[in-house]
Design a binder for this molecule. Structure first.
Ligand code: HT7
Ligand code: ZN
Length: 874
């Protein structure tokens, strides 16, 4: 397939001022009439008019009201060209016919259950009509939709409703007008028989905005948390960023077939129903937190993405990284900031660091792509957010806000670039940004190695830092980056010492900035040896290698004023132990235990000042993927699993008494509420239960069974079910069967049942997963089902996906080949499970490579799947 390159960007030759769409909905023959007002772009040379299409059937074409003779245009399903358009403005009327029921790709106009809906990002609009389908062509849209009133009583599009009424033959229509110019990827329309929950919000300037959430009939009572999250997001964006909503109505439509989480279409967000619907009985605390975050994320896009959009898809992180940063900040303000940061960093390491160290690594702003859908990655989103966070750390909150204000003021209504965004921060500080831009252009996770030297006689403390960025695809050598390291030196009394640099330099807000490949910061006035706390709050997305001893780390775990580094210290001690034990297990020796680690963990359990949610996170050892990443090559997933299981067993047995006390003490009084404090208590209680079971405590199984039966909420029921399924033998089987019969028919809940079974690290799991693909509740047509079963198996069941006999790889290869013709986007995403294949030990490596090659040669692959497989093999 053709490669698209950033360096080839050219402004559009033709701009579109207005779009009038007239859509007559029909299950298989939807007629779309598009009237487009074109004008030449004064900034580019005259050129033919070339419009994008994707699988379209052209029915008629008029230019300035007159049918265009066939000799004057060239139309194919994927392109419409007018070689010699008029010299000045003109209108084009294009009529196309589309089949929403046959659209299994879920891009363009499709049907979810019986609802008509659209997904236009990144390039779905061209599956509805011919258009210059690129984000720098911004137009004002008016959308008229007509449909059978019975089939689709609700007709929605972007903007405000300006007209509606009845038609003959049981049909009706609605006209929506969106006054804000927008790119085609933000277009949306919906038609269906949906229920609606309504509320309102008064903006900071006193305007009343109608808020509506549309869901399937009967699901209205599961929308309360989403609505509350929306109102809190709207208020927060006013308070934190001064951003007010700009239409009279904001709508969310929940659909059950959706390729991603949600979509920020102007005024008409379309959501995967997983991120809308929640009740105590059906959603876990984690689900509630995700709903809050995704609602906020899509709402925040109204300013960072919609009012200011991206010039081209290479700038995707401009809207996504920034909006993730904003939603992380929102959740931190709504919940516990340290707990949110630890969870976000855990996710970053588990997904982005892995992507960044393998064949799919790419810069936060890529320079080339074959299929843009494959670049909605954790690097664009999560690393993109970390880069914005570093700007915040380097500048401090006031200057950061000033830079953001300037960005909104300068670029409102525009399609902008990453340079323009970063330039705003340069302009409010007078700083040079050239080196910082490397964060956007260089892929790979920088590794910073730290060594320290305390000179008691001189009262100095030298902190030597070295940075290196590993090679990544097409980037063999790298330059040093700007790395902001929030740092503290902790004295023997556990208090931070003043940071005074020997050269007279000032350390603002504890931020040391490394610019060079190697640098030594020397502090004065340090008479007693301090303990170093560096990269506090994970101020830079780096791998850190320090010379801290385990005793230093235990000291940090107990005393650091930075909660993130308290957690990190325990993780580092555990990681050292795990890595040693993996090597022992592979050498046929028994894993060792670490008394000091147990003492440090026990201290956590006894410290009433710590938040339960923090303690819960601190008790969970590094994941199998993290351990593999740390080891780096020649990975044996079974040895990693055994080492981790041994550590969990050790924690469960050594701390058993304290864990059971916690379990009994931490019951959450009253009915279920999803707030962060109660969720934290539940999290710790459930971690305690699971560790007790891991320690082989038979009473833990009894407690889990009791908890499962008595639970009044999904968090406790699901946690008990997981413990039983993992450790409970027949009790586990009984509970799994009970769970299915309790929730049969509730697809989102049954997804939890699929995922749990797919992630059990036992030898018969693959057979069970195969059997579950035939289960009545499973469907390859629904992305949530596919992700719940196949995705969970391939991405989260490290030992069974990586079975030594290669059967896990074979299963995934076969599944992807079957799924690809139906839904290439989802197939391509699942294929990224192969991204670490080169790090495996020889036997598995060979089998994974063979499976990848089998996919590659498996017939006519979609551009999406071919791109991932080719890059994985390269
Ligand atoms: N901006 C949205 C991205 C998205 C998407 C991309 C490709 C294919 C389907 C999609 N659905 C949504 C989501 C977001 O980041 O807010
Ligand atoms: Zn987004």
């Amino acid at each position: 397939a053709h490669t698209i390159r950033l360096k080839d960007y050219l402004p559009p030759a033709w701009l579109v001022e207005t779009v009038h769409l007239d859509v007559s909905l029909h299950p298989s023959e939807t007629r779309v009439r598009a009237k487009l007002a074109f004008k030449p772009n004064p900034e580019s040379a005259s050129a033919p008019l070339v419009l994008d299409g994707d699988g379209l059937s052209l029915m008629s074409l008029k230019l300035d009201g007159a049918p265009l003779p066939a000799a004057n245009f060239v139309a194919s399903p994927n392109q419409l060209t007018i070689p010699q358009p008029p010299n000045g403005p003109f209108t084009l009327e294009i009529e196309t016919l589309v089949d929403p029921s046959a659209n299994t790709q879920l891009s363009g106009l499709y049907r979810s259950s019986d609802t008509y809906c659209t997904q236009c990002e990144a390039e779905g609009f061209r599956r509805i009509t011919y258009f210059p389908d690129r984000p720098d062509v911004m137009a004002v849209y008016t959308t008229r939709i007509e449909a059978d009133r019975q089939e689709a009583p609700v007709l929605l599009a972007n903007g405000n409703l300006v007209d509606s009424g009845a038609l003959d033959n049981g049909r009706h229509y609605a006209v929506w007008h969106d006054p804000h110019p927008k790119p085609s990827y933000l277009f949306a329309m919906v038609g269906g028989d949906l229920a609606c929950v309504e509320d309102s919000f008064r903006t900071m300037s006193g305007r009343d905005v109608t808020l509506r959430i549309y869901v399937e009939h009967g699901k209205q009572d599961r929308c309360a948390y989403a609505m509350d999250s929306l109102k809190r997001s709207m208020r927060w964006d006013e308070e934190a960023f001064g951003r007010e909503y700009d239409l009279d109505i904001f709508m969310i439509v929940a659909v059950s077939d959706f390729n991603m989480g949600a979509m920020e279409n102007k005024g008409l967000n379309v959501f995967n129903d997983k991120y809308v619907l929640a009740s105590a009985e059906t959603a876990t605390d984690a689900d509630f937190a995700h709903i809050e975050a995704v609602i906020a994320h899509e709402y925040f896009h109204n300013w960072t993405g919609n009012r200011i959009t991206c010039r081209d898809w290479f700038q995707l992180c401009l809207k996504e990284g920034l909006t993730v940063f904003r939603d992380h900040e929102f959740s931190s303000d709504m919940r516990s900031r340290p707990v949110k940061r630890i969870s976000d960093v855990r996710n970053l390491r588990a997904a982005q660091f892995i992507e960044d160290s393998g064949p799919l690594a790419h810069p936060v702003r890529p320079e080339a792509y074959k299929e843009i859908n494959n670049f909605y990655t954790t690097t664009i989103y999560e690393k993109g957010a970390e880069v914005v966070r570093m700007v915040h750390t380097l500048l401090g909150p006031e200057k950061f806000r000033a830079g953001m204000d300037l960005y909104f003021q300068r670029h409102d209504g525009e399609a902008a670039t990453v340079e323009q965004f970063i330039q705003c921060f340069a302009d409010v500080t007078g700083r040079d940004i050239a080196q910082f831009m490397l964060w956007y252009s260089q892929a790979g996770t920088p590794r910073v190695t730290v060594s320290t030297h305390h000179d008691a006689a001189a009262g100095t403390y030298a902190l030597s830092l070295k940075q290196a960025v590993p090679p990544t695809p097409n980037q063999p050598t790298k330059s040093p980056m700007v790395i902001p390291l929030v740092t503290g030196l902790i004295g023997p009394d556990g208090r931070d010492l003043p940071l005074v640099l020997a050269d007279g330099g000032v350390v603002r807000r504890g931020v040391l900035v490394l610019h060079e490949a190697e640098w030594t910061f020397t502090f004065t006035g340090i008479t007693e040896r301090p303990v170093l706390s560096i990269n506090r709050g994970f101020s830079a997305p780096i791998e850190l290698v320090t010379d801290l001893s385990n005793d230093d780390l235990a000291f940090l775990a107990a005393h650091d004023s930075d909660p993130f580094n308290r957690w990190q210290a325990l993780q580092t001690i555990s990681m050292r132990l795990l890595i040693e034990n993996v090597a022992s297990i592979r050498a046929g020796k028994a894993p060792r235990s670490d008394d000091k680690l147990m003492v440090a963990l026990a201290a956590l359990l006894e410290n009433p000042a710590l938040e339960p949610a923090f303690v819960a996170l601190a008790l969970v050892p590094p994941g199998e993927g993290d351990i593999a990443r740390e080891i780096g090559s020649d990975i044996d997933p079974d040895a990693i699993f055994q080492a981790r299981t041994a550590l969990r067993r050790e924690i469960g047995t050594r701390l058993g008494a304290a864990l059971s006390t916690l379990y009994e003490r931490l019951t959450v009084p009253g009915g279920y509420t999803p707030d962060a404090t109660s969720a934290g208590r539940r999290a710790l209680r459930n971690v305690a239960l699971d560790l007790m079971a891991a320690g082989g405590d038979a009473s833990a199984i009894t407690w889990a069974a009791r908890q499962y039966d008595a639970a009044d909420n999904m968090t406790d029921r699901m946690a008990a079910l997981a413990t039983l399924a993992l450790h409970g033998g027949p009790e586990g089987e009984r509970a799994l069967a009970d769970f299915y019969s309790r929730f049969e028919g509730d697809a989102l809940v049954i997804d939890k049942w699929f995922s749990l079974q797919a992630t059990i690290p036992q030898a018969d799991t693959l057979d069970k997963v195969r059997a579950l693909t035939k289960h009545a509740a499973f469907s390859f047509g629904n992305p949530n089902r596919v992700r719940a079963l196949i995705g969970a198996f391939a991405m989260s069941n490290v030992t069974q996906f990586n079975r030594a006999d290669g059967a896990g790889y074979d299963f995934l290869a076969e599944t992807l080949l079957a799924l690809d013709p139906k839904n290439p986007q989802v197939a391509a995403r699942m294929a990224t499970a192969f991204r670490t294949w080169r790090t495996l030990e020889e036997g598995r490596r060979g089998k994974a490579e063979a499976a990848l090659k089998r996919i590659k040669e498996g017939g006519e692959l979609s551009r999406d799947l071919a791109d991932i497989v080719e890059r994985a093999l390269a």
